[in-house]
Design a protein. Sequence first.
Length: 215
Amino acid sequence: MPRTKPFDDHTLRYEEWFLNHPSVYQSELEGVRNLLPRGGEGLEVGVGSGRFAEPLGIGTGVEPSAAMRALAQSKGIEVYAAPAEALPFPDERFDFALMVTTICFVDDVDASFREVRRVLKSGGLFVLGFVDSESPLGKGYAAHKSEDLFYRDAIFYSAAEIHSLLRGNGFDILETIQTVFGDLAAINAVQPWKQRSGEGGFAAVWSQKVPAGGM
């Protein structure tokens, strides 16, 4: 069952994080932007309030939280009430898909990746941004999960674990990048992204759908 209660009950607090950490947000946004294709129809899985979809020009999303969904819809995004494991779209609908800080709340990651693969066209791209469990930030979040309103039930993953899950569900890994280095409160400028993972609190994996015959 999607873990939406904190997002429905504390919507304004969620949005305040972005207002209080503008350079962190912009660093993550630019890292993702560098991996997305410049054209084609995209889908964001777990679109939230549209903080990534809107500036990235993604017009379609799915979001199980009613409060988050309403915010995204107010920004002109077509949002469907659905979990990541049951996308309400036909096969091979989209050119690319995006999932940002959503995987840690997904109940069945394998099922969600199979669904993303299903709705992507042949050769479609999947960009997945996440809190890296191997980074100092990820380790700090994990150590204090019980104190965090949003992350107390989250499951954090390393880049190696993400790679394994993606490969096991029909994707090739093209590139992995990282950003958000250092203490969040001290980040007051947009940080450049670097390849690989383990240092930056936010990592993003760029992958591609493997044709059925290549699996």
